[in-house]
Design a binder for this molecule. Structure first.
Ligand SMILES: [Zn+2]
Length: 145
């Protein structure tokens, strides 16, 4: 029987996994770029710090890791077996934060797309979703960054 780990130990271990510049995010960036869209990364000045965004064109894309953002019903969103209470609270906080970031972005006129890590396995599917996101985007007058 493995020893139960404290939340701190698990957090430290998870923190060692880079949350930015991870594989999925790089893939999405390359695809968006290949569709001829320009963007900035690590948009810390926007609600929720979208992974990819273009302020003047008013769009933002999040690439969500299923574990941290607790993708509902996803096998990758399993809760660690120990410290259930801690993790439940933590995931609830993360989800609430995500929801409030989406609300603020849309109230600022942003078109927002959330891509989950588990949905990125097929590059073809991802391209399809990105294309449809960009084509459905409502027209926004361009303005300086
Ligand atoms: Zn997932």
């Amino acid at each position: 029987m493995p020893q139960a780990q404290s939340p701190e130990t698990v957090s430290r271990r998870m923190a060692a996994v880079p949350s930015r510049d991870t594989g999925p995010e790089r893939v999405v960036r390359a695809l968006v770029h290949s569709l001829g869209r320009r963007f900035r990364v690590r948009n810390r000045d926007l609600p929720g710090s979208p992974d990819i965004a273009n302020r003047s064109a008013r769009w933002a894309i999040f690439v969500h890791g299923c574990f941290w953002h607790h993708h509902v019903g996803c096998p990758r969103a399993s809760r660690p077996k120990s410290n259930r209470h801690y993790w439940r609270e933590k995931f609830q906080r993360n989800r609430r934060r995500d929801a409030s970031a989406l609300r603020s972005l849309s109230s600022q006129g942003f078109n927002v797309l959330v891509l989950w890590q588990c949905e990125l396995e097929s590059e073809q599917e991802t391209v399809k979703r990105l294309r449809s996101f960009f084509s459905r985007m409502r027209f926004v007058r361009s303005r300086p960054e």
